[in-house]
Design a protein around this ligand. Structure first.
Ligand code: DAH
Length: 330
């Protein structure tokens, strides 16, 4: 039997293993011959011979299958080498991606308001005149429409000029109370250092029973939010005008570049304007048929925030897809 163990050991191909297997276990193989021989052995030795043969049978079987596995692996490795393709090799040019600074800033804004249970609404980028202007107390020919000139389609459809129409969409389909923010892209016919035809805003709206929502609530939450975004800064509210809020205010933070001393970025005022807000105008509630409610709203430009946080001088550079520039904000 020893020579069969040696033969298995010496085999160098899977094919050879198959041959050996047949010569040992085949109908005319050595095991069959040995068992046949046993028949003519004296009776008292038969069981001993049978036992030995069975032991060999199972250990030869084991040897064969483990050798076969080894040879198969070797053959596969050789074949892969011959093909010259190593699929486990890493490409030296691959790089981990990262969020665009505008998206990263938007995520942080959403994170803040989501933690206060504001629901996130998206609305639609192609809007109708009613949602984008009319219901927001901006009737046709109102001069405030001029500041938001955009791209029009037929039938009073347009690319939304702000995220405020999401307020209308939400109120038209939901009963108060409401606590929502609307992050998303908006469009205007502008192009200079601080304006691009597409940019992003985050809108906020809170509505509750009449008398429950005050300007003090609005002021508290916006101050807390701006400190979360910009760190240790001063915040001030200035009276302003928006058709959809009354009273309205614009909110400034102390300049993040000169800490309020006055520099080129803040036009030597020490302050930077960052958002608009106010108490929801009764005409807006009338348009969506809400009664006996009060609310506050605010809106901000995400690019403006990203530029101040990352100290970016030209807004347009954010949309040129220049990896070298964008990589700096990872
Ligand atoms: N929609 C305004 C804009 O795009 C921003 C804004 C100001 C939104 C005041 C508001 C608000 O909700 O109360 O200029």
């Amino acid at each position: 039997m020893k020579e069969w163990y040696d033969a298995i050991n010496d085999a160098t191909t899977v094919e050879r293993i198959e041959e050996i297997k047949i010569s040992i276990f085949g109908k005319k193989g050595i095991l069959a011959a040995e068992f046949a021989k046993m028949k003519s052995a004296p009776n008292e030795e038969k069981s001993k011979i049978a036992k030995e043969l069975n032991t060999h049978k199972s250990s030869l079987m084991d040897e064969l299958s483990s050798k076969k596995m080894t040879l198969q692996t070797q053959e596969l490795e050789l074949a892969m080498k011959a093909e010259g393709l190593d699929v486990s090799l890493f490409s030296t040019t691959s790089q981990a991606g990262a969020l665009h600074p505008v998206m990263e800033t938007m995520d942080r804004i959403v994170e803040y308001f989501a933690s206060l249970n504001f629901a996130v609404k998206t609305g639609a980028m192609v809007e109708d005149d009613f949602n984008n202007f009319e219901a927001l107390n901006l009737p046709k020919y109102h001069p405030a429409r001029d500041m938001q000139d955009t791209f029009y389609f037929k039938d009073e459809m347009l690319l939304r000029t702000h995220t405020s129409p999401v307020q209308i969409r939400t109120m038209m389909t939901t009963k108060p109370p409401i606590r929502m923010i609307a992050p998303g892209a908006v469009f205007r016919r502008d192009y200079d250092l601080t304006h691009t035809p597409m940019f992003h805003q985050v809108e906020g709206l809170l509505v509750d029973d009449e008398g429950k929502v005050s300007f003090a609530n609005l002021k508290f939450i916006l101050e807390d939010f701006l400190k979360y975004m910009f760190g240790e800064i001063e915040v001030r509210f200035r009276p302003s005008f928006f058709p959809f809020t009354e009273p309205s205010a614009e909110v400034d933070i102390s300049c993040v570049f000169c800490k309020g001393d006055g520099c080129r970025v803040c036009s030597h005022t020490g302050w930077l304007e960052v958002l608009g807000c106010g108490i929801v105008d009764p005409n807006v509630f009338k348009a969506v048929k809400y009664k006996n409610v009060s609310g506050y709203a605010f809106g901000l430009g995400v690019e403006r925030f990203a530029m101040l946080i990352h100290q970016i001088g030209d807004l347009r550079s954010l949309f040129e897809g220049d990896i070298k520039l964008l990589e700096q904000f990872r």
